[in-house]
Design a protein around this ligand. Sequence first.
Ligand code: DHB
Ligand code: FE
Length: 280
Amino acid sequence: MAKIVGAIMTSHVPMIGRAIANRNLQQDPYFKPFFDGLHPVRDWLARVKPDVAVLIYNDHGLNFFLDNLPTFAVGAAPVYHNADEGWGLPPFGSFAGDPRLSWHVIECLIEDEFDIATCQQVVVDHAFSIPMLLLWPDERPVRTVPILINTVQHPLPSPVRCAKFGRAIGRALESYEEDIRIVVVGTGGLSHQLEGTRAGFINKAFDLECIDSLATDPSRLTRYTSRELVALAGAQGVEILNWITARAALEGAVREIHRNYHIPISNTAAGTLLLEPLAA
Ligand code: DHB
Ligand code: FE
């Protein structure tokens, strides 16, 4: 049977993509504290060697625009191409899919009463490509399954709904009959707001509370509404919904392997968290 070996949460700021494209920038004092925080995660990945990464993230207008925006969607393509989104980044190529696992997840989620959109074509944006390149900078050894959550246009799913969705994703993955190792990756956050009168808003105290809650008691975060998350973390900081979902894929007690928090990368408080199920 498949096994979930851990959950990784990390930010997906396009400016990180610029430092990935120009490796010299990773030693720059501006980026170094963030990139240094990835080393323990890469060491863990080299040890645990997952076969598949399930990426939980929000599309930023590349596939879905405001006129057509599913709350939850699952990709089921053999390959996912990264496309230019206007951030000035070079396209980062393609990522292998795992359609068989995707359809298993889709069938389980629908059976579990999550009426998701199923996407046989998905172009992946920085919220997918940047975490993939942060985690596997030199090779692409894993197949991928993209799971997309609307964190963009209200009404957003609630944190409690995202936690239920994440647990259903976990159940679906654990019921897959192949002996594969799966890592769940939640991307986005932490606090940031890109526009309006609060552009540049960062809430360190709340970010640290989020990391602590996800590591020790995720139910604390599900007490908020999505609108409260917007107030506390910023209009785009509500991407923490992707972290809440990824965390909920892990059942039972977890062990914290690593955390890192650094302000700012671009407009964002950048964080990384790696949790492993205690049973692993
Ligand atoms: C930034 C952060 C994001 O999450 C994003 O999707 C785009 C830009 C930023 O801080 O620049
Ligand atoms: Fe984003």
